[in-house]
Design a protein. Structure first.
Lengths: 114, 115
């Protein structure tokens, strides 16, 4: 079985401050991990994904995430928040090798305060 | 770019009605998915399809059915809509090879209200 826990359903940061969104996973096999972003009234789009090639993964819009096996974590960070980063962020996990089931976290809404 | 198009952004239906949600993708993807999104619950998989006429139940298939008669189109059917099916419905697709090898490409969603 696989599962994802996102700590904090709402996170507020000031513009220019560090963004840290937390994600912990459980998986019985080495996982594939994703971060997706959802802007208001839109579907989800991929921010970045981890597939075991490198533990530090860079994504779009200046976001990055680090895979830490010992902590079963895949936290999302951005050094300096922009107003345009306000959105909902979802962490997701799946098993590789053709397996289709993707398990999503419950999401974290990021508010950026001017 | 992959485009996944959901035919309606907003739908309002009455309890007991049969409801069809349509999804079309233009990138020849083999795999298509229907998710339901509710606040605090994230996305939950209703059904997915890995080929024409093939379907698999997801985590919450009760009250739903699906149809995939053509590769590019995947329909979600609510046989008799109920108020607890009021939600945001998201369609997604990926190419063959598994959801681990390729990210999900999502449509913009259909917000369904059942009154």
């Amino acid at each position: 079985a696989q599962s994802v826990t996102q700590l904090g359903s709402h996170v507020s940061v000031s513009e220019g401050a560090l963004v840290l969104l937390r994600c912990n996973y459980s998986s019985s096999v080495p996982p594939y991990l994703f971060w997706y972003v959802q802007y208001p009234n839109q579907g989800l789009q991929l921010l970045l994904k981890y597939t075991s090639a490198a533990t530090l993964v860079k994504g779009i819009n200046g976001f990055e995430a680090e895979f830490k096996k010992s902590e079963t974590s895949f936290h999302l960070t951005k050094p300096s928040a922009h107003m345009s980063d306000a959105a909902e962020y979802f962490c997701a996990v799946t098993r590789g090798g053709g397996y289709q089931k993707v398990t999503f976290g419950t999401g974290t809404k990021l508010q950026v305060i001017p | 770019d992959v485009k996944v198009t959901q035919s309606s952004r907003y739908l309002v239906k009455r309890t007991g009605e049969k409801v069809f949600l349509e999804c079309v993708q233009d990138m020849d993807h083999e795999n298509m998915f229907w998710y339901r999104q509710d606040p605090g619950l994230g996305l939950r998989l209703i059904y997915f399809s890995y080929d024409v006429k093939m379907k698999e139940k997801g985590d919450i298939p009760e009250g739903y059915s699906v149809s995939r008669e053509k590769k590019e189109r995947f329909s979600l059917i609510l046989e008799s809509a109920s108020t607890n099916q009021t939600s945001m419905y998201l369609c997604a697709s990926t190419p063959r090879g598994g959801a681990g090898n390729s990210p999900l490409h999502f449509g913009n969603g259909t917000r369904l209200t059942v009154t």
